[in-house]
Design a binder for this molecule. Structure first.
Ligand SMILES: Cc1cc2nc3c(=O)[nH]c(=O)nc-3n(C[C@H](O)[C@H](O)[C@H](O)COP(=O)(O)O)c2cc1C
Length: 171
């Protein structure tokens, strides 16, 4: 049976939500990542930065934009050293300025994707998958790619059946 790893980044606290700011106890992407795990099994790996982003949504937006412009690779609290034991790699993140938070790239750049199937998952407030699939195709040399899924962040909690049906086709 194929083995899955679900790599995700997700922000708790202040986030953009249907045109306003809302405090969320669990990040939208974390909710979706857990739905994937429930549907197809596998291990979850959370990407967490050493330096916390500002709790204020608008300040975080600016920090994230600076990081994107600089091509920053923020340091992580822990790293996944390899993905040798896995067949499928779900890469889940919120859309930050059109792509994954830079911390996701910090982790991905440490891995060898040869022979793996990579699948993009993005929660968003309007940008859909953004450039996530293109970015993964550039980065994950030697991998094959599944069909990515975008989930509107505010609808994450109600997306379980959609996510499960899609995930079963990918894994
Ligand atoms: C720094 C930052 C940048 C964002 N940029 C975008 C964007 O470019 N396009 C978009 O549709 N949503 C954007 N959003 C909204 C998030 O993608 C959306 O709320 C997502 O579901 C958050 O997931 P999370 O709770 O797992 O972090 C941004 C949010 C933050 C905090």
């Amino acid at each position: 049976m194929a083995k899955n790893i679900i790599i995700y980044y997700s922000r708790k606290g202040q986030n953009y939500w249907n045109g306003g700011i809302k405090n969320i106890a669990k990040g939208n992407t974390e909710i979706v990542a857990e739905f994937i795990q429930t549907a197809v099994g596998g291990d979850l790996f959370e990407v967490e930065t050493v330096k916390e982003y500002d709790a204020d949504y608008y300040k975080c937006i600016d920090e994230a934009q600076d990081e994107l412009r600089e091509g920053a690779r923020p340091e992580l609290k822990k790293y996944l050293d390899n993905i040798d034991e896995y067949d499928n790699v779900f890469v889940c993140g919120p859309c930050w300025w059109g792509t994954y938070p830079m911390a996701v790239f910090t982790q991905l750049e440490k891995l060898d994707f040869t022979g793996k199937k990579v699948i993009a998952v993005m929660t968003h407030e309007g940008s859909g998958l953004g450039s996530s699939e293109r970015d993964l195709k550039k980065l994950c040399t030697g991998a094959t790619f599944g069909k990515g899924l975008s989930v509107h962040g505010a609808d994450a909690a109600g997306s379980e059946s959609t996510v499960a049906a899609w995930a079963k086709k990918q894994a």
